[in-house]
Design a protein around this ligand. Structure first.
Ligand code: PAF
Length: 260
């Protein structure tokens, strides 16, 4: 009998409820849900961040199996990069927003994702919408190299007060954690606004209300191009990133569509 096709969830570990939802989605697509845990040095522009990144393989394995993974793969750097690799160029979009704040990050991310795809040969690969620019770039890479893989996106999983789940949230002080709700609240205020200029000013004003949040960017982008939206005829999305207590937080929300 032919083995089931693979549904693949790439991760860097430190698994939380957001990852669990990706794994459950993978499991709904295939009995052979494979989760990789690999902290990819190429996507860290800061060596200190790479050194500090949590590594909890036993806990991650238990969480992944409980969420439905059939296999958890924790490769070594040697397995992923046995020889010198040529970085994949993430292009202009890779240099904006998250890419502007983290130069080289998306080239490193695409390079590892392509290697992971080569080594796991999945039919489906699941990515969360939380890293919406990552999702955009992975889809663009799959199209560019004509890879026979379906990229499946999964909605953001939120805490009960709206904060998007992230392994970074635990680094917030109690005060910072309370302040962080401003991000999803601001997105929620901007998302229904039909006029683009008004939506942008609504987003900026709502974020400015919280002095603990330092905005890096707050923009409404066209999902087809990842450029700032110029019309409301296509699918647009509000994206936000910034810092609280020195912790970088990002979030996004689909704009309700309707032409003004
Ligand atoms: O989103 C992540 O955790 C990483 O960027 C990924 C996709 C596992 C590649 O290292």
């Amino acid at each position: 009998m032919k083995p089931p096709e693979i549904a693949f969830v790439p991760t860097m570990g430190a698994l939380h409820a957001g990852h669990e939802s990706l794994i459950r989605l993978a499991r709904s697509l295939s009995e052979d849900a494979v989760v990789s845990v690999f902290v990819n040095p190429l996507q860290f522009e800061n060596p200190e961040d790479l050194a500090k990144y949590p590594r909890t393989p036993d806990v991650d394995t238990a969480i992944a199996i409980a969420a439905g993974a059939a296999r958890v793969w924790i490769p070594t750097a040697q397995e992923i990069y046995p020889a010198k690799v040529d970085l994949i160029d993430s292009g202009e979009v890779g240099k904006t927003f998250e890419g502007a704040a983290r130069p080289g990050h998306f080239d490193g991310m695409l390079t590892v994702v392509k290697r992971l795809f080569e080594l796991t040969t999945p039919k489906w690969a699941i990515f969360g919408e939380k890293d919406f620019q990552q999702l955009f770039l992975v889809k663009a890479m799959v199209a560019k190299f004509d890879l026979p893989i379906e990229i499946v996106s999964a909605p953001i999983v939120r805490e009960s007060d709206g904060l998007a789940m992230s392994s970074r949230n635990i680094r917030l002080s109690p005060e910072g954690r309370a302040a962080a709700t401003v991000i999803s609240q601001a997105l929620g205020k901007a998302a229904p606004v039909k006029d683009l200029a008004l939506a942008r000013s609504t987003l900026a004003a709502a974020l400015a209300d919280q002095p603990l949040f330092t905005v890096d960017y707050a923009e409404i982008i066209d999902e087809a191009t990842f450029l700032p939206a110029t019309s409301t005829t296509g699918s647009n999305r509000a994206i936000v990133a910034g810092w609280i207590n020195g912790v970088r937080l990002l979030d996004n929300m689909a704009m309700s569509q309707a032409t003004v």
